[in-house]
Design a protein around this ligand. Structure first.
Ligand code: HT9
Ligand code: FE2
Length: 420
């Protein structure tokens, strides 16, 4: 297995290969190898490079999705997959099942990932990058296990993963990395297949640009629809998935000291500020709000909930809202139900004009940005040359020890990071 970042073996010849326009030769051992766990080693001894700055040769891109049901019969088995061992109350599962049932038991997320895969393939072909895209989900067919078997059967053993999730937290980063480790264990491919992962891309221009356009257009529409509306009567609500406060506090590397909301909240706040600036809307009030909370009511999750925030707006003099699904890459169930159904209804109840901004989906900037992220790793681009729009990035290629750990569920091995 290759570990381009852990030694210099092959690096110089790899550089020369890149200069000749060829893929570099494989390096020595993987940055994410399960063997990187060093029992009893001091934390200092376990620290490795944050960014892989030597070229790494890959055979394929692993597009790692969440997965969703594709018919009424899939809904409950899907929800059991998502929540196994999580202590989500039955009432919450019933409620969520109802959201899916309303759409015929079909989540749009799988089709969105098929579309993204096709768009990535077209962009790779356009740029002459010879890397197939293999798609596997955490919670529904096609599962990661099947994707890895398919890859191995085709001789693709060095994979660079893109998870359809931009921020740091247990649910949005580490859980993907744990599921990669599980899938290698389940399929017995742990000795054969290497899975690295591109870092969290919350502040990559490819991810940020669609939101900038969306806020600019959404604001313009509200102002055009109502000539009496003043800019400071509009509130831009940046919405993301709520997570348990304990998960938030543990998101990102502990030593960065992000405080209570951890890297998760810090990343969203930093990106929101950039979006407002780039949209030419720094004078418009905005806030970060949360949605789709689950778990027992006794457990603290990040707040405020978007609907509670909306209820407060008229008293603050607001007459309109721009809802920005900043935490999501496509218009899946959280967006269609919790925003387009519930939040837009809350806005109407409180007599607020409202628009919901599109998610990145298959926006050309997003698709080409994902290809850029892969090429940064193929080429070993130095961090200083990787375009990022906040001071927080470029985020880690190799997650830090303990990054995004889940204190509720306990330790599970994870790939694409430094143990534990
Ligand atoms: C941060 C985050 C993202 C964004 C990052 C990313 O995109 O990965 C995300 C995405 C998604 N979440 C999704 C669906 C669900 N999430 C659930 C439960 C949970 N999500 C959580 C967090 C997140 N979730 C958490 C902390 C829980 C509690 C369980 C636990 O402690 O781990 C449940 C169980 C029922 C419920 O509790 O709601 C479902 C059905 C779908 C698919 C939608 C579709 O089908 O279209 C997508 C894209
Ligand atoms: Fe979720």
């Amino acid at each position: 297995m290759a570990a381009a970042n852990l030694g210099s073996t092959g690096a110089e010849s790899a550089d020369r290969d890149v200069a000749r326009g060829r893929k570099p030769a494989p390096a020595a051992s993987a940055p994410c190898a399960p063997g990187a766990i060093v029992p009893g080693a001091t934390p200092a001894a376990q620290q490795g490079p944050e960014h892989v700055t030597e070229p790494v040769e890959y055979d394929a891109i692993l597009l790692a999705g969440f997965g969703g049901p594709e018919g009424q019969d899939d809904v409950i088995p899907f929800l059991r997959n998502v929540t196994s061992g999580r202590g989500i109350p039955d009432e919450r599962l019933e409620e969520v099942a109802h959201h899916y049932r309303h759409f015929g038991g079909v989540s749009p997320i799988n089709q969105q990932n098929r579309d993204l895969k096709a768009a990535l393939e077209a962009e790779l072909a356009r740029r002459g990058v010879d890397l197939p895209v293999i798609w596997g989900n955490r919670n529904w067919d096609p599962y990661l296990n099947d994707a890895l078997r398919e890859a191995a059967d085709a001789g693709a053993t060095r994979l660079i993963a893109i998870a359809t999730s931009a921020y740091s937290s247990y649910s949005s980063c580490r859980q993907y990395r744990e599921d990669f480790a599980d899938a290698l264990a389940d399929t017995g491919l742990g000795e054969t297949v290497q899975i690295d992962k591109v870092g969290q891309f919350f502040d990559h221009p490819g991810f940020v640009t669609p939101f900038v356009e969306g806020v600019r257009d959404g604001l313009a529409k509200l102002l055009a629809d109502d000539p009496e509306l003043a800019r400071d009567q509009v509130e831009v609500l940046f919405a993301t998935h709520s997570i348990p406060s304990t998960d938030a506090a543990k998101s990102g590397p502990a030593e960065r000291g992000f405080g209570e909301g951890g890297a998760y909240a810090a990343q969203h706040l930093a990106v929101a500020e950039v979006v407002m600036r780039e949209a030419g809307a720094s004078d418009v009030p905005w806030q970060l709000v949360y949605q789709s909370r689950s778990g027992p009511p006794s457990m603290p999750w990040l707040e405020p909930d978007i609907n509670d925030a909306i209820a407060e707006l008229p008293a603050a003099g607001r007459r309109a809202v721009v809802i920005v699904p900043l935490g999501f890459v496509s218009d899946h169930m959280e967006v269609l139900w919790d925003l387009d159904n519930e939040a837009l209804e809350s806005a109407e109840e409180h007599s607020l004009a409202a628009v919901r901004v599109p998610t990145p989906g298959t926006h050309p900037a997003y698709v080409s940005g994902l290809v850029d992220l892969v090429l940064e790793r193929v080429q070993g681009t130095p961090p200083a040359e990787r375009p990022r729009m906040t001071e927080l990035g470029p985020w880690y290629d190799v997650c830090r020890p303990g990054c995004c750990e889940n204190v509720r569920l306990g330790f599970r091995p994870a790939l694409a990071g430094i143990a534990p």
